[in-house]
Design a protein around this ligand. Structure first.
Ligand code: TDO
Length: 170
């Protein structure tokens, strides 16, 4: 499947906003066959960078990512070895203002930078988390300019191997 930027339907009134995050028929109409298995969110301070993460086969899965509070710069990289776009990065701002979601198929690594204090990154995932299959590559090895002098990173993310050393199983 191809990655896709989705506009989530948003209804605003004097109370605030109502946003539809998943509708099976609407997804099917856009060529996305997605079956929800797990959902989670993270909250990030400004300049937190998380990534670049993926689950190894046979536990690989598709993700839908959106940002219901704050704003994030969402980044993916194509790890599918047969893809003509292998190694290519794609980025999108996802925010509470633009109501955009990124559909990220299996075979891509995912990461993001938080652009605001307290940004919420919300995930819908088509497979369950398997700790032993949860892998990554270094966020600063994919040829993407994160425009961030002092990113806040986890120890795990700081120690991932670079993309150049990665042998893709996808
Ligand atoms: C992702 C995940 C983590 N955990 C645990 C492991 C750890 O103790 C704690 C925090 O995990 P992490 O440090 O991996 O969290 P984080 O770095 O936010 O991981 C996320 O990063 C982005 C870029 C993604 O694409 C997500 O799919 C996910 O990998 O939560 C689960 O129990 N279930 C899960 O599904």
């Amino acid at each position: 499947m191809q990655h896709k930027l989705l506009d989530m339907p948003c209804f605003s009134d004097n109370r605030g906003r109502f946003v539809k995050t998943f509708n099976d028929t609407a997804f099917q109409d856009q060529g996305i066959n997605f079956r929800l298995k797990e959902s989670y969110f993270s909250v990030s301070a400004k300049d937190v960078i998380r990534g670049m993460h993926f689950h190894l086969p046979p536990h690989d899965h598709d993700k839908v990512v959106f940002c219901p509070y704050g704003a994030i710069l969402d980044v993916i990289v194509d790890l599918r070895s047969a893809s003509p776009e292998y190694g290519k990065t794609y980025s999108q701002v996802l925010s509470a203002e633009n109501n955009r979601a990124f559909f990220i198929p299996r075979g891509f690594a995912h990461g993001f930078k938080s652009l605001e204090e307290g940004s919420v990154t919300y995930y819908l995932v088509s497979g369950e988390y398997v700790a032993s299959a949860d892998e990554g590559i270094a966020f600063d090895s994919i040829g993407f300019d994160w425009a961030c002098e002092n990113p806040v990173l986890s120890d795990r993310d700081r120690n991932f191997l670079p993309f150049a050393a990665f042998r893709s199983p996808f």
